[in-house]
Design a binder for this molecule. Sequence first.
Ligand SMILES: O=C1O[C@H](COP(=O)(O)O)[C@@H](O)[C@H](O)[C@H]1O
Length: 404
Amino acid sequence: MSILTKSASSSAFVRQAAQIKITNVNDEPIMQGAKRLPFCYQRKINWTHNVKQFHRCSIQAFSAVGIVHNQAHTELNSQGSRKRGRPKKDNSSHGGKSHELSASIENLDSENGKQESAQGSSTFQRHLFQYRDDTANVFYEQFDSESEVSEALVKFVSELSKKSIDSHGWFTIALPGGSLVKLLKALVDDPSIDWMKWHVFWVDERVVPLNDNDSNFKLAMGMFLSRVKIPKNQVHHIKYGNDAKIVAKKYDQLMRGLVRRKILRLDSFNLFPQFDMILLGIGPDGHIASLFPNSLQLAEEREWVVAVLHSPKPPSERISMTLPCINAASHVCFAVVGSGKAEVIQRIMEKPALPGALPAQMVRPSNGVVYWFVDKAAAENLSVDAWGDPKKFPAMKYQDEKSR
Ligand SMILES: O=C1O[C@H](COP(=O)(O)O)[C@@H](O)[C@H](O)[C@H]1O
């Protein structure tokens, strides 16, 4: 078995990335993909686990991690930083001007979800916390109003659905609950969507009957799902009737069944399901899906779906996809509207937090892209125009050394 790094970038040992290909003795590829290794020790465990499932060669894989680290460093030192395109920066999107809807996946996507080119009308802005040694691609775009966010999001979902169906026959999307779902209402008016090829999941669900007003399924059905032609068996809701742990387990099994049927793809490296799109809202407390700040579930590394038994926000029993599951998606889209989210958006976008305090900051897909669709009201506390200027941002004054 060999591990090759094709490209790599890192300035710190614990934040490394590599295009990795693992081959067997006959040089046939076993796995390949772009990997970011945020915590090398944890990755060692995951890799050992993953490779064991495939080829029972955990010992080699374990020691090979060291080789990847070394190669990543060697390559970085000899070739400089990795190649990555950047979307065109256009501050008009922040100045309140109405603009051509720019959320076009054509402009932003390349094969594996990385941005290779900056052409087109994209006004997405590189996110502030886009550190040079990070491989996550995080983009932010601001709109004047909630209806503009909705229009852009619907266009984006529709385009991505076409692109996914063309490339692999299905569109797999995971929905949240809450205010985001209302923004999707206009999907019903898009005649170009091939609903027959959609598979809908929930990134989180409250463990309540499907006809309960708290049900995320019921919300999405009411907003658009019941009015489009998705075959019923492609709307993958929870099976209510047990406690949250069993509901989570069953949802996990449902997802694994769809992997076996080759409808859900597997992230070839981590072995997490790779949704074409995961949509996420944000609670005013900073929760995403049903992953609440500083909760145990945020530390989950292996499971795809977990139970939440004491959610701070009612109803208390929920299930949620885990962070590694979310981070395996090809596209993760946040859509956040309204002044009620202004404080939390500012904390997420502009204030580094302790790990776990702001789950949204932990959404960094290893081989995908994150987009933020935010309206002016939710963005009112941000200083987006200063993000690109290290002298203006973060907004702090360095104390004059002499006066200390
Ligand atoms: O409980 C939940 O809340 C969040 C946020 O909802 P919002 O109404 O404040 O936007 C949502 O994203 C999550 O899916 C849901 O279960």
